[in-house]
Write a protein that binds this ligand. Structure first.
Ligand SMILES: C[S@@+](CC[C@H](N)C(=O)[O-])C[C@H]1O[C@@H](n2cnc3c(N)ncnc32)[C@H](O)[C@@H]1O
Length: 304
């Protein structure tokens, strides 16, 4: 039944739903703001009716801390994109963009060229739902791809990617859905695309300890970590997008360095809690911390 409701966009909707929930918090209480998430989420009006607090509380009954984890990931990337583009990065490639609306909601330089890369089916739904007069629409190029069967390099070059320009790539909430070989190939293609220009990348990855030591993926005292993992992995599989690839920190570092990138940061919600949640009076207690997924920033070796 799920596949009749979600046309390859089940997990993209899931993340957009958390952005919608965060966006209905009072301005002085929220960590991110995404006014466009509402266009993509089934039941958006019910969420708005319930409000931020009740929606987060209901989510916590199912998987404690997942909302804050996803919002933290969004904010971490928002900051990275605003910093990198204001420092002069010229192109932004959003890999597995789903219902990401950074191109519209962040303050970005007008001359920044943005490529949104995802499955054509998901892009079709996105374009049919975005308001026609949305800001910055003209600066976005949509590139349809299946990472597992098509060359990213080829598709980007066909779409007008400029190899001489500095580029930031983000791969947010995607690596768990594609085989390890596809991630390796994607990184190789990125390195080739920017062999003569600077590049930077954000990648999130799921900690492979989820299979052997689930407790290590949450804060001390987190209740029923195995149940949380089962709920998330079963949910993704049910919408036809199973989690198939998990990594250790060493594996990610090696994969990046083999493809010409230096790992600069590897963070989780636990590291960013006081930076993002304390200022809005929502510091997350240790026993509610969800740190199953890591956030990594790497620079290309020729980055200057
Ligand atoms: C969990 S969603 C994340 C969406 C977005 N990055 C965000 O965080 O809101 C995963 C995204 O990866 C895309 N994706 C998964 N496998 C893919 C593949 N083989 N080729 C292209 N895109 C893929 C999906 O279509 C979906 O939009």
């Amino acid at each position: 039944m799920s596949n009749l409701i979600f046309r390859k966009d089940g997990t993209a909707q899931g993340v957009a739903k958390q952005r919608l929930i965060e966006s209905i918090a009072k301005p002085n209480k929220r960590v991110i703001y995404d006014p466009y998430a509402k266009y993509f989420v089934i039941g958006a009006s019910i969420i708005k009716l319930l409000g931020h607090k009740i929606s987060v509380w209901l989510g916590d009954k199912i998987v404690q801390g997942m909302h804050e984890h996803l919002i933290c990931r969004t904010r971490f990337i928002d900051d990275l994109i605003e910093e990198s583009t204001s420092a002069g990065i010229e192109q932004y490639v959003i890999l597995g963009a789903g219902y990401d609306s950074r191109a519209h909601r962040l303050k970005l330089p007008l001359k920044l060229k943005i490529f949104e890369v995802d499955q054509p089916e998901v892009q079709g739904i996105k374009l049919s739902k975005l308001p026609k007069n949305i800001s910055n629409r003209e600066n976005i190029i949509y590139v349809g791809i299946d990472f597992n069967h098509q060359s990213l390099e080829e598709q980007l070059l066909k779409a007008g990617f400029d190899k001489s320009k500095s580029t930031i790539y983000t791969l947010e909430g995607v690596s768990q859905y594609i085989p390890k070989e596809s991630l390796d190939l994607t990184l190789k293609e990125l390195a080739k695309l920017n062999s003569n220009s600077n590049s930077k990348i954000f990648i999130s990855y799921v900690n492979k300890l989820l299979l052997q030591d689930s407790k290590a993926c949450f804060g001390i005292g987190y209740l029923k970590p195995e149940k949380a993992i089962k709920f998330i992995t079963n949910g993704a599989a049910k919408v036809g997008e199973p989690w198939i690839s998990f990594y250790s920190a060493e594996e990610i570092q090696k994969l990046l360095s083999q493809n010409g990138f230096n790992l600069i940061e590897n963070k989780t919600l636990a590291d960013l809690n006081s930076k993002y949640f304390a200022p809005v009076g929502r510091m997350i207690p240790e026993e509610h911390i969800f740190k199953l997924e890591h956030f990594v920033i790497a620079d290309s070796i020729n980055f200057s």
